[in-house]
Design a binder for this molecule. Sequence first.
Ligand code: PGA
Length: 272
Amino acid sequence: MDAQRTPLVVANWKMHKTIPEALRFLDAFLPALEGLGAQGAPGVGRVVEVAIAPPFTALQAVGARLRSATASIGLAAQNVHPEPQGAYTGEVSPVMLSDLGCRYVIVGHSERRRHFGEDDAFINKKLLAALRHGLGPILCVGETLEERRAGRTQGVLERQLRGALAGCPPEGAERLVIAYEPVWAIGTGVAASPDDAQEGARFVRELLRELYGEAVAGRVRVQYGGSVQPGNAYELMVRPDVDGALVGGASLDPEQFAQIVAEAAKAVQAKG
Ligand code: PGA
């Protein structure tokens, strides 16, 4: 079952990089990716799927460059509004993202929950809207340190998942990617242990099984996110329920991000 899921490694650039900076990243990243393949990291770009989530302002430029690249790299947005259009000053709709050629959109990131007050009901609307307009939602879930210490990790994950997935049919669910991102590991330099990452991803899959059955649960990719770096990526992604990574800080550097993709390819091989 594990071998059937192609891991997905996503660069989440957050509020970083102007258009020239984004293009300079690609000038270095695309050859680095090809170079890794040539150096015997087999399957880079084939057995691992890669996507880049630049800020909205760089989506078009990055999308155009990716379309002309040899490797198939997906374009992802970092946020979306639930409505297709309307009087929502400053927002970007799923129709606009599809129009730009986005394959994925991140929803429910902890930074949006915390800084912008997004709750499970609003995240649910975004997720359903993304699916309606042909985008693959990358749904982020994860507990805070306080919640973990209080033994509430599973309860929090269950609430976030049930809330975000309300009314989502099985045909939609199998197009989802879920990122287990413990809030205490994001941007701190302290990743979850491989055991904790596996346990979070396993729990996510167990809940998917309960909601949608074995076939759907076996197909959905569950990423780990939170301080993923070249040095810890393999141990995290080699775990059976961890299907790639959502990478923030380390994805800003082309060599580091290419190395993380290479580690994902090695993890695929090891999982057989
Ligand atoms: P980080 O961010 O890799 O910088 O911890 C991950 C994320 O927020 O998705």
